[in-house]
Design a protein around this ligand. Sequence first.
Ligand code: CA
Length: 220
Amino acid sequence: MSRATLALTPELHQYLLDVSLREPAVLQLLREETAGHPKGKMQIAPEQGQFMALLVKLMQARKALEVGVFTGYSSLAIALALPDDGQIIACDISEEFTTIATRYWQAAGVAHKIDLRLAPAADTLAHLIASGEHGTFDIAFIDADKEMYDSYYEYTLRLLRPGGLVLIDNVLRGGAVAGPPSDNSETAAIQRLNVKLHHDPRIRLSLVPIGDGLTLAQKI
Ligand code: CA
């Protein structure tokens, strides 16, 4: 027994996948296509997608938000877990990446649940608030440009209902967050946000060491 979180060797990580991963075929195909992309490592790990889908089911979420779509793996994992009349508003600026995403959303039969907004995410989030949608989202996933994370977090907190959950990706930055303030502006932004969340009385908090680190913050 240990009080420390186990560091996963490659063998143990493979075992974890062997005994727990249930990846739908369409997600597997998308993951394989994205792996061949030069920015393929931006894709979330399949066990993280499965974890997020389980959270959607646990919360019985109907309305979701995503900041940072890339090729659509996480939006698809969430959309598959939403009820048929559920909705995810997905924010990105890349037509190139989201064209791949859209192809898989259609193949999976969930395109009707996904509302893609091609614009700077901060503009889309501000527009949602101005349109009266604050306090209406059940769950949100932030996985985009790290310098903007704090801004996305603040917008998202306003958009979530009380009890709603925001998931924030890459909060361990491959281990680079431990130690002094980073020279890397993206890592430094994550370090500041992690400290801020630790003391933020507006949320309940857990930082889960899955993938590259996933923070769960529940709006109180
Ligand atoms: Ca990420």
